[in-house]
Design a protein. Structure first.
Length: 214
């Protein structure tokens, strides 16, 4: 059964895909910006896909992959929209050791989908700089990032989206995981007793958290 939040996300992707299928190329800067934003909305939600059917994800991606729109994406306003999106991802990466790493992964996967589906799409120097800064921060935090659960990794994601599988060797207790996520917020109210952070385990036997100490 699909919950309402997931259904809303799926409906939004389908609406954006329908619009992208109908829009014509060569519409000018305003259309280019709208196309960029619609694509990033679809890709952003695909990055939040989790354990859902990868075939359905690929079908949605195929609907929005239109090489004839590439020139529109290289316009000034479209590139600005991409730059803003990359900078927002960088802000999450800066919090990667605490509560931002999963969101940073989602932003980076969305951009990776865009650059894979639309060749040479990053042409503006400011957009390239924003993406480079994002990548640098993501690499800096990756080896000590707060790990994501296995069911948060998009089922369609290949290993080229390396950020999802960092750190390479996860050695973290559930207590440390909770402290990182909720420092200065939940921690002062939560019990320090062994097992008090077990509610953060996802239940997937293949996930790092299944065997992590309490």
């Amino acid at each position: 059964m699909i919950d309402s939040a997931w259904q809303d996300r799926l409906d939004t992707m389908r609406e954006r895909a329908e619009w992208l299928e109908a829009v014509g190329p060569g519409g000018g800067d305003d259309v280019g910006r709208a196309v960029m934003k619609a694509l990033l909305e679809v890709y952003d939600r695909l990055a939040k896909w989790g354990a859902a059917d990868p075939a359905e994800a690929e079908a949605l991606r195929a609907r929005v992959r239109r090489p004839d729109l590439a020139d529109d994406l290289r316009g000034e306003r479209a590139q600005t929209a991409l730059s803003v999106y990359a900078s927002e991802g960088e802000r999450y990466a800066l919090r990667g050791r605490n509560d931002g790493y999963r969101q940073a992964c989602e932003f980076r996967s969305a951009i990776k989908l865009l650059t894979d589906d639309y060749d040479e799409v990053v042409v503006d120097p400011f957009a390239q700089e924003a993406l480079d800064d994002f990548d640098e921060e993501l690499r800096d935090v990756a080896d000590d990032a707060t790990p994501v659960h296995r069911n948060q990794v998009p089922s369609w994601a290949p290993r080229s989206h390396w950020w999802w599988w960092k750190p390479d060797h996860i050695d973290m207790s559930m207590r440390e995981y909770r402290e990182r996520l909720f420092t200065g917020d939940l921690e002062e109210y939560e019990s320090k007793a062994p097992g008090a952070a077990d509610w953060l385990r996802c239940g997937d036997k293949e996930c790092w958290c299944f065997t992590a100490p309490g």
